[in-house]
Design a protein around this ligand. Structure first.
Ligand code: OSB
Ligand code: MG
Length: 369
């Protein structure tokens, strides 16, 4: 593979409904779309960074700058045997994992098209459909939350994740648990707590949750160890795991018993697979997180989640949970058993709706120009 040209768009996608977490409320999902070209073939990638640094220190703006000023100049005209070679090429650039992951995704798509193989096969996936759930944002009131959950259950989602934050936690989660005593339920705090809050969170341990995701700050690996010791419910890390080293150290420290894997957060599918392999070797369950991706990122998540160690349902919901109109011609639908099919086409297996890309693009860069 030799990248001759790259086109980068900043997209602003209107969400079907506002999504509120402990770090904020969004009505749009901003992202970057990358298209790389080699000899008539196109590879497509999506950058998971959002408009603001609420979830991660990376944003659409920082990703744009790091791609334009540093990453794209390094990779232009370089020969890659495999997408796995990218990280070595970019070793001189610290951090900025979401920006790097976007380019890696585009290389995986290109590589799949050259090899005539679907991403699932390239990664070593074993499933044709993957278990999925839905991540439910914080609602205005507790009754509204119960109502929203009930609608998603009617849609067929068999696993519900509730976003929580201080003062919108125990009461909300209890209400959902008491209304639906048997559902698979988990919570995600997105780093909203400190060790001082732990005592107050203990009632969560009585609600038969699958896991409690990222209660403390990204950097609090050791404090997560302390909180895990107090809870029977598995602690799951999301924000804290930026690499396979972090995963190994978190497991050695017993800071969690489950890991949420997002390719964007860890710098790409190659690193995501390394974390999967490490966890599989230690019988640590993993699941595929989501970041409200368009169809581009969604199809990549589905392929990743088809690896054998992804034993818990992913945050990979159907297209209509997020967007009325998507930028891919393919839409993803929920099967009756709360699964979504893994794409079978070569590479990512998707095509872009060019009209939609134009409609949602705020700015475009053609490199070199
Ligand atoms: O913490 O998992 C998270 C969305 C954006 C950023 C972070 C997170 C999320 C979600 C939504 O929970 C998952 C999805 O449905 O894509
Ligand atoms: Mg999370």
């Amino acid at each position: 593979m030799r990248i001759e040209k790259i086109v980068m768009d900043h997209l602003r996608m209107p969400l079907k409904s506002a999504f509120e977490t402990s770090f904020g409320r969004s009505i749009n999902r901003d992202c970057l779309l990358l298209r790389v070209y080699d000899d008539g073939l196109e590879g497509i990638g999506e950058c998971a960074a959002d408009w603001d640094p609420g979830y991660s220190s990376e944003t659409v703006g920082t990703s744009w700058v790091i791609l334009e000023q540093f990453i794209l100049p390094i990779v232009l005209g370089v020969d890659f045997n495999m997408p796995q070679d990218l990280q070595k090429q970019l070793a001189s650039i610290r951090g900025h994992r979401m920006a790097k992951a976007a380019l890696e995704m585009a290389l995986w798509d290109l590589y799949g098209k050259q090899m005539q193989m679907p991403l699932k096969e390239l990664l070593g996936g074993v499933k044709d459909r993957v278990d999925v759930g839905v991540s439910v944002g914080i609602q205005n009131t507790t009754p509204e939350l119960v109502e929203t959950v009930s609608k998603f259950l009617e849609d067929g989602y068999q696993r519900i994740k509730l976003k929580i934050k201080p003062a919108r936690d125990i009461e909300d989660v209890k209400a959902v648990r008491f209304t639906f005593p048997k559902i698979r339920l988990q919570v995600d705090a997105n780093s909203a707590y400190t060790l001082a809050d732990t005592e107050r969170l203990l009632p969560l341990d009585e609600l038969n949750l699958l896991l409690i995701e990222q209660p403390l700050d990204e950097e609090d690996l050791w404090d997560h160890h302390k909180i895990q010791k107090l809870f029977h419910t598995p602690i799951c890390l999301d924000e804290s795991i930026l690499s396979v080293q972090h995963a190994r150290q978190a497991l050695e420290m017993q800071s969690c018993r489950v890991i949420n894997i997002k390719a964007g957060r860890v710098g790409g599918l190659t690193e995501a697979k390394k974390i999967h392999d490490l966890c599989l070797g230690q019988s640590i369950p993993v699941w595929c997180g989501g970041m409200l991706e368009t169809g581009v990122g969604r199809v990549s998540n589905l392929a990743l989640a088809s690896l054998p160690g992804f034993t818990l349902p992913g945050d990979i919901s159907a297209t209509d949970r997020y967007y009325d109109e998507d930028i891919t011609n393919e839409r993803f639908i929920l099967n009756s058993d709360s699964t979504i099919d893994v794409q079978k086409g070569i590479g990512l297996g998707i095509t872009l709706n060019q009209k939609a890309v134009k409609k949602y693009s705020l700015r475009e860069l053609v490199f070199p120009n």
